[in-house]
Design a protein around this ligand. Structure first.
Ligand SMILES: [Zn+2]
Length: 210
């Protein structure tokens, strides 16, 4: 079975950054489920058209479609896979454990209040798309893009109500997954409050011990 690593963490935890760093370091394939959806939709593949119609209906993409999408996106003869944004529920977690050699689940832990603060601080330039953060990457002039002078806005899906809903759903789903992985002895929890480099070093050290 193919080796697999999972990153769990709420938006703003730095999970995607760490998944990417570990993928570069290990040579594992980084599989970000959100990106997979977008790529397949853009390529107008059969699965892409299916995913598009499901999302257009406002439904969640069902587990079977997610599994198909993952299987079809894997590169041949890879050393392993780093999952980012998957699994989202217990059925997906069980599929993962049955079909891959799950080596470790890294959970970047971040309290609800801090997560809300980080996500609501994000801004994007309405002209060029550059990303900012009012805590960690502030523009030189308030509300104005450093690069092009465009107006900075919250992302469309970053309204306070939408964010609060996503944060609540995340903790509800993740609680059950964390327990499942912890019971299997696979979970390693790392405080997301540490710096990017420090977290990355902790993860590499742990990975070497696997
Ligand atoms: Zn700009």
């Amino acid at each position: 079975m193919t080796n697999a690593i999972v990153f769990l963490g709420i938006q703003g935890s730095g999970k995607g950054t760490q998944a990417k760093l570990l993928a570069e370091w290990t040579g594992y394939q980084h599989v970000n489920i959100g990106d997979l959806f977008r790529e397949q939709i853009a390529s107008q593949s059969e699965i892409g058209q299916l995913v598009k119609s499901i999302i257009a209906r406002g439904d969640l993409v069902d587990d079977d479609t997610v599994f198909k999408l993952i299987s079809s996106s894997l590169q041949p003869s890879i050393a392993g896979i780093i999952f980012d944004g998957f699994p989202r529920n217990r059925a997906q977690a069980k599929f993962l454990m049955a079909n891959y050699k799950l080596q470790r689940v890294y959970y970047l832990s971040l309290g609800q209040a801090e997560a809300l603060k980080r996500i609501t601080s994000r801004r994007v330039c309405s002209s060029c798309g550059e990303n900012y953060n009012l805590i960690s990457r502030t523009p030189k002039l308030e509300g104005i893009c450093d690069l092009c002078g465009g107006e900075l806005k919250q992302r469309g899906d970053d309204s306070d109500a939408a964010i609060a809903q996503r944060v609540k759903e995340f903790y509800a789903q993740t609680y059950s997954l964390k327990k499942l992985f912890a019971d299997s002895g696979l979970l390693l929890s790392i405080p997301a409050s540490k710096g990017i480099v420090e977290i990355s070093e902790d993860i590499k050290e742990d990975f070497n011990s696997l």
